[in-house]
Structure formats: structure tokens, C-alpha cells
Design a protein around this ligand. Structure first.
Ligand code: SF4
Ligand code: SF4
Ligand code: SF4
Length: 199
């Protein structure tokens, strides 16, 4: 192999690895488009045709890269780069020929995952006004509400804390896409539904 070919190979491996890191959530969780019954069901039914990705008007559905083994070619969403917009008619689901994505009548039926706020990173919990995640949520006042309380040791200033309701959050990831904090990590993430306790 020529030096140039080796450089290209190493660079490709680095890019692929980076892509994987961008895609994987907590515990190796991949955010799937709406309508996947479970990870096992999606892996069994998906024929890696890419029709859901082609149908998505927002181009947020990507094929998992080839280095991802059994996940390679399956549809996933990197919420920080582009979250699911919960289209009224779910073109991704309609385009799926195998039923790997299915059974979505309305937005509230979607269960892609559930949002979890990092209490160390969220600036609202440190007394700053933000509420961006609350304002962008398509299920505002159901999936996320704002809890008001006085700051500890301060009877004049309030804390406006976003609270996720796991029974209503659909895991679309819009809150992740828009969160104002990114360093050292985004202050809100999507986890598998039912994976952790929520308010
Ligand atoms: S619901 Fe719309 S935005 Fe979301 S993945 Fe499907 S086609 Fe894309
Ligand atoms: S993932 Fe975020 S934006 Fe989407 S429903 Fe849940 S709280 Fe709202
Ligand atoms: S957008 Fe991010 S920093 Fe702002 S309140 Fe929501 S989780 Fe906290």
C-alpha cells in the first residue's frame, strides 16, 4: 500500500470513528427515527435501503457508518446536528417498505427516547434565565415544563428550572439541537425511553 493510500485509510478511519462518537449516546444508544418498535425489532426488519433518509424533508436521518457492525446502514439521527421535526405525516415511516418504522398515528405516539437534563451543566439550574429547551419543545407544557423556586439563600431571585416529563417526552431531540450549552458537553441529551428516572 502506498504512503498516500495509508494516509487516506487512516484519515477515513478517523472520520468514521468521529462519526460514530457523534452518533452514539449514553451507553451506545442510537437515536432512531420515529416508529421503531425497539432496537432489536429495527435491526431485524431494516433492510438498509435508505428510503426513510431519502424521504425526510429535513435531511436529519443518516445511515449509521460502515464501521458500526450490525448497525451499519440503519437509520439514525444526530440530534445536535439536526433533530427530528415530528412531521405531521411522518414521511420516513411511510417510506419504510418493511415495517421497521411503523404505527405512528400522531406525534404523541412517538417514543424515540426521552430527554435528560444534565443538572451540572444546565445554566438554568445555576440561576440564569434560559428555558430554550422549553420554548423549542413541540410538546411544550407537556413534555417539558418550568418549575419556579427561589434561589437558595436568596429571597429575591428565582430559578426557572426546566423539568422533563418522561411520559410525554417523545425524544425528538429538538431541545438537544438548541441547547445553549455545548462545552464540555450539551446540557441535555436523549436516553432510551425508560432508561432512567425523570421528574
Ligand atoms: S418525522 Fe420528519 S423530520 Fe422526523 S425523521 Fe421522519 S421525516 Fe425526518
Ligand atoms: S426531546 Fe426535548 S424537545 Fe422533544 S419532546 Fe422531549 S423535551 Fe420536548
Ligand atoms: S437549553 Fe440547555 S442550558 Fe438552557 S435550560 Fe435547557 S438544558 Fe438548560
Amino acid at each position: 500500500m502506498s504512503v498516500m493510500a495509508r494516509i487516506v485509510k487512516v484519515a477515513a478511519g478517523f472520520v468514521a470513528g468521529w462519526q460514530v462518537l457523534e452518533l452514539l449516546g449514553e451507553g451506545g444508544f442510537l437515536l432512531r427515527p420515529p416508529g421503531a418498535a425497539s432496537e432489536a425489532d429495527l435491526l431485524a426488519r431494516c433492510v438498509r435501503c435508505g428510503k426513510c433518509a431519502l424521504a425526510c424533508p429535513y435531511h436529519v436521518v443518516k445511515a449509521a457508518p460502515s464501521v458500526m457492525g450490525e448497525h451499519a446502514g440503519t437509520p439514525c439521527i444526530e440530534a445536535r446536528e439536526g433533530a427530528c421535526r415530528l412531521c405531521e405525516d411522518f414521511p420516513c415511516v411511510a417510506a419504510c417498505p418493511t415495517g421497521a418504522l411503523r404505527d405512528i398515528a400522531e406525534r404523541s405516539d412517538v417514543r424515540m427516547g426521552v430527554a435528560v437534563i444534565d443538572r451540572e451543566l444546565c445554566i438554568a439550574l445555576r440561576g440564569m434565565r434560559c428555558e430554550v429547551c422549553y420554548r423549542v419543545c413541540p410538546l411544550k407544557d407537556e413534555a417539558v415544563t418550568i418549575k419556579y423556586s427561589l434561589r437558595e439563600g436568596d429571597d429575591r431571585h428565582a430559578v426557572f428550572e426546566p423539568v422533563i416529563h418522561s411520559d410525554a417526552c417523545v425524544g425528538c431531540g429538538l431541545c438537544v439541537e438548541r441547547c445553549v450549552i455545548s462545552d464540555p458537553a450539551v446540557a441535555i441529551r436523549i436516553e432510551p425511553a425508560g432508561a432512567s428516572p425523570h421528574a
